[in-house]
Design a protein around this ligand. Structure first.
Ligand SMILES: CC(C)(COP(=O)(O)OP(=O)(O)OC[C@H]1O[C@@H](n2cnc3c(N)ncnc32)[C@H](O)[C@@H]1OP(=O)(O)O)[C@@H](O)C(=O)NCCC(=O)NCCS
Length: 180
């Protein structure tokens, strides 16, 4: 089992298809090219290698990958920021900002994103002392909005023209007090 392994998850499937087994672990520099590839395949918002590297160096514990049979199938990367609380007026809090999360198309709908997100939320709270988590999502991105709502996020704002192509974003957030 690779080092940094946080948790091994298996979904019970009648066919025992090996694609249904994945593990979530901390990312390392060797994973970054695979992560960049997933980012390019899945999202229009792409970043340079040095951006990924800087996030990994600055916030290594909340940069996670999901592995299926030794292949990187998904990732999440987060930044820790001091922001005005999305839930308590005029209070400054430490919050985790999800910069990017994606799962390769062939590994979707088996719970990878939900698991990677739950692990990131625990780490942001327990290792980085965050009391909230937030992110931006395209208003047309129903799969991602459903995922976040299922995990207890709520829409706290709508940001006009947030994306390069002019689409609005929902700002979604949740408190990290009670985690599953
Ligand atoms: C959004 C994304 C990360 C979800 O990954 P995933 O591993 O397939 O998600 P999960 O299997 O953990 O699904 C968890 C929940 O999310 C929601 N969801 C996921 N995909 C969905 C879809 N295609 N349609 C509707 N709801 C969906 C469901 O509520 C699902 O729970 P359910 O399977 O019990 O119904 C994936 O579709 C993806 O990489 N999309 C492109 C990149 C992206 O949009 N990233 C988010 C940017 S803000």
């Amino acid at each position: 089992m690779p080092k940094n392994c946080l948790i091994v998850l298996g979904l019970m499937g009648l066919d025992l298809d090996s694609r249904n087994y994945f593990l979530i672990r901390g990312a390392s520099e060797e994973d970054l090219l695979a992560v960049m590839n997933i980012n390019r395949v899945c999202l229009p918002e792409n970043y340079t290698y040095s951006f990924f590297e800087t996030i990994l160096k600055s916030f290594p514990k909340s940069f996670l990958v999901a592995e299926v049979n030794g292949k990187i199938a998904g990732y999440i990367m987060c930044r820790v920021e001091r922001i005005f609380s999305k839930f308590q007026r005029f209070k400054i809090v430490k919050a985790g900002h999800v910069i990017s999360i994606a799962v390769l198309p062939e590994y979707r709908r088996i719970g990878i994103a939900a698991s990677i997100m739950k692990n990131a939320m625990k780490i942001l709270r327990d290792e980085y002392g965050c009391s909230e988590i937030f992110l931006e999502v395209r208003i047309s991105n129903t799969p991602a909005i459903n995922l976040y709502e299922k995990l207890g996020f709520i829409k706290v704002d709508r940001i006009k023209g947030y994306y390069m192509d002019g689409e609005d974003a929902y700002l979604m957030a949740r408190e990290l007090t009670f985690l599953e």
